[in-house]
Design a protein around this ligand. Structure first.
Ligand code: 5AD
Ligand code: SF4
Length: 469
């Protein structure tokens, strides 16, 4: 099987023609055509949903937050943990009543969950009200599939284990006017033994630097202030390109684009986060001083059976090298508690890494067996109650560190991006520090979308509080 399918501009043109044909149909409907798009999971899924919205908009749909009003419902699913799947199945199950009342509503499921054969089978057999199911590889063909469903009856499943694709030129409707995601690569080759991603998103493939730079240039011209370069493993960027260009080189090129905006990126793998990358981060003034560097576990035996291909000492050394260049770097990480066979003593090595590094924030997870991954078949003798107790020790320690680190901001003036309206009535706005800490701010809403000095007046373990000025 070919590893990457490059979808040609002519093929995307064909899909746009399908959109236009659907638009002719929707224009005749008595009611305004509305679509509901719901997204689970990571930013890559958010980025995919922006493309789905782009296609839908070209088909004549406007968007609603109500499933009841929608004529087409798209649920973009996640497979990373069982909990994410249970939520999707629960919500999709509840749609059976809506479909009974309004059989014309098209129900579509896409994303990582449905790319797994057992999940696709379950939907085929037990969720018969779902009309269209397609995996990440088939997203570019969404218009063709919608058109077929609107003109013929039946169900469509497009979840074959096809080659991962790269498709340029799909229209995008972005959710936000201030922050934007730009995928730089897709897929993952690492096969960490707990992780489903390489099975559902295919092998690593990089977009061309020209396409990425053109997209960022346009975002900068449109006034976007915070641009995140996305990939499951951005440090592998470029390995599959003909020209010799790596992620650090790409960062330098993005940094050279004129405009007042911040550049972020995620996710990085410690095994190939290089000194060259750290130096590029330090040199590029637009690159935010923040690194999300998952370490997953602090014990070398566990790291080995996770197939992480780095040791605890190597990880800590990278952090030291990075801090030597950027002392005030904000550091975040992902951690899995309760990997099969991890003892409580081994888990305590994870706590020691927290104490040593003092991360600004963590994303912590209890191991969730994913069918088809090696870890799902490993012996897992620890009772759930013990895993939960360890998990609580971990979050308690991190809460204390976050609180202490946040408290150190109080009294300081920090240049923040004012990025939203606060849902807490005591504050008007939300803002982000360069390191991406949330700040709730008192101030005039005219500051929305601007970089402004914020005086930090208070803090707790989750966020900071402040005022403009
Ligand atoms: N169980 C628990 N957490 C997982 N992650 C990935 N797979 C699993 C799993 N099977 C976590 C990892 C990864 C993050 C995105 O999700 O920490 O970095
Ligand atoms: Fe999953 Fe590991 Fe790839 Fe991250 S690097 S997506 S955890 S396999």
């Amino acid at each position: 099987m070919e590893r990457t399918a490059l979808i040609s501009p002519a093929e995307i043109q064909q899909q746009l023609a399908h959109c236009d044909a659907v638009a002719q149909l929707t224009a005749q409907w008595p009611d305004r055509p509305l679509a509901f798009v719901d997204t689970y999971g990571c930013q890559q899924n958010e980025a995919d949903s922006e493309r789905i919205r782009g296609y839908l908009s070209r088909m004549g749909f406007a968007f609603t937050h109500s499933e009841e009003e929608a004529r087409i419902i798209v649920i973009n699913t996640c497979a990373i943990r069982e909990h994410a799947e249970q939520r999707v199945f629960g919500n999709v199950g509840a749609l059976v009543h809506l479909k009974r009342r309004r059989p014309d509503t098209l129900i579509c499921l896409c994303g990582c969950m449905v790319q797994q054969p057992q999940a696709a089978r379950k939907i085929r057999e037990s969720y018969r009200h779902v009309d269209l199911v397609f995996g990440p590889h088939a997203l570019w063909k969404f218009p063709e599939m919608v058109r077929a469903l609107l003109t013929q009856r039946g169900r469509t499943f497009s979840v074959d284990d096809e080659a991962g694709s790269i498709a340029e030129g799909i229209p995008v409707v972005r959710q936000d006017k201030i922050r934007a995601w730009v995928s730089v690569m897709y897929g993952c080759n690492n096969f960490c033994t707990y992780c489903i991603v390489p099975y559902v998103r295919g092998r690593e493939r990089s977009r061309s630097p020209e396409d990425i730079l053109a997209e960022v240039r346009q975002l900068a011209e449109e006034g976007y202030k915070d641009i995140t370069l996305l990939g499951q493993n951005v440090n592998s960027y470029g390995k599959d390109l003909a020209e010799p260009l790596d992620f650090a080189d790409l960062l330098e090129r993005v940094n050279a684009i004129p405009g007042d905006f911040l550049i972020r990126f995620m996710t990085s793998h410690p095994k190939d986060a290089t000194q060259k990358l750290f130096e590029a981060m330090a040199r590029c003034e637009k690159v935010a001083p923040v690194l999300h560097l998952p370490f997953q576990a602090g014990n070398d035996r566990i790291l080995k059976i996770m197939n992480r291909r780095h040791t605890r000492a190597e990880y800590l050394e990278k952090i030291r090298a990075l801090r030597a260049l950027i002392p005030d770097i904000t550091l975040t990480s992902d951690i899995i508690v309760g990997f099969p066979g991890e003892t409580t003593e081994e888990f305590e090595d994870t706590l020691r890494v927290l104490e040593e590094v003092r991360f600004d924030a963590l994303f912590t997870f209890i191991f969730s067996p994913r069918p088809g991954t090696p870890a799902a078949a490993m012996d897992d003798p620890m009772p759930r109650s013990e895993k939960l107790a360890n998990f609580e020790r971990l979050t308690a320690l991190q809460d204390q560190i976050s609180e202490e680190k946040h408290a150190a901001y109080v009294g300081k003036r920090v240049r923040c991006l004012i990025d939203g309206l606060s849902d807490d009535a005591r504050y008007d706005l939300t803002a982000r520090t360069p390191g991406n800490r949330l700040v709730r701010v008192v101030g005039d809403v005219s500051a929305l979308g601007q970089f402004r000095d914020v005086k930090i007046t208070g803090a707790n373990k989750w966020s900071l509080f402040g005022e403009l000025g």
